[in-house]
Design a protein around this ligand. Structure first.
Ligand SMILES: O=c1nc[nH]c2c1ncn2[C@H]1C[C@H](O)[C@@H](COP(=O)(O)OP(=O)(O)OP(=O)(O)O)O1
Ligand SMILES: [Mg+2]
Length: 202
């Protein structure tokens, strides 16, 4: 952990409890001390970027600025080929501002109702950004991608977001049917976090 001052907490710039659980689980293994931004009463950043990396930087900078601590942010989403990459960076607000996971997932199923199985390919994208402080000019940026396809009905109860309709072809299960360690081993977020850990300890 040479990039963060030893023992100092890192703020996790996310209000998504599902993400926080997954990231905490992975980072616990390497003794990184992270605290979700909710514990510091940090106001939510506006996600005005046009790319995952821009939004992740905006979120991390907002958390670092308000806390005075290093920060990690995750910007992620689902790209569906039949929808030309939508909902993409707008995944969290696909059914409108402040939409629930359930509303977003239902809208996606409705938009794909006439799309045959073979054309329902999709992938999760995750970009993680680590800033040592709000003005850090050299953020660490790591990415992960998870290929799959969109089911026609939800399956499983684990995870969050679009997990119940994301089919992991190699396992013939939805990502909401995976236990947390299996999801972290395969997922876009797990891949990005392992890369970030390598960079943090380099
Ligand atoms: O592993 C995943 N399994 C299922 N769904 C997922 C996953 N990873 C991202 N997603 C979906 C959830 C949300 O609709 C969007 C992320 O949006 P994104 O703005 O990055 O996060 P958010 O607003 O939920 O929380 P926050 O910005 O506070 O971190 O993509
Ligand atoms: Mg968000």
């Amino acid at each position: 952990m040479t990039r963060s001052h030893s023992g100092e907490a890192i703020v996790l710039a996310s209000n998504n409890a599902g993400k926080v659980r997954e990231i905490e689980r992975l980072l616990a293994e390497c003794h990184v001390h992270i605290r979700p931004q909710g514990e510091y009463g940090i106001p939510e950043a506006e996600e005005t970027g046009l790319t995952f990396v821009e939004n992740a930087i905006l979120k991390a900078r907002n958390a670092a600025r308000h806390s005075g601590l290093p920060a990690i942010a995750d910007d992620s989403g689902l790209e569906v080929d039949a929808l030309c990459g939508a909902p993409g960076i707008y995944s969290a607000r696909y059914a409108g501002p402040g939409a629930t996971d359930e509303a977003n997932l239902r809208k996606l199923l409705a938009d794909l109702k006439d799309v045959p199985e073979a054309e329902r390919t999709a992938r999760f994208q995750c970009v993680l950004v680590y800033l040592r402080h709000a003005e850090d000019p050299t953020p660490l940026i790591c990415q992960g991608t998870w290929e799959g396809s969109i089911l026609s009905e939800p399956r499983g109860t684990s995870g969050f977001g679009y997990d119940p309709i994301f089919l992991v072809p190699s396992l013939d299960r939805s990502s909401a049917e995976l236990d947390p360690d299996t999801k972290n081993r395969l997922s876009h977020r797990g891949q990005a976090l392992r890369r970030l850990q390598e960079q943090l300890s380099a």
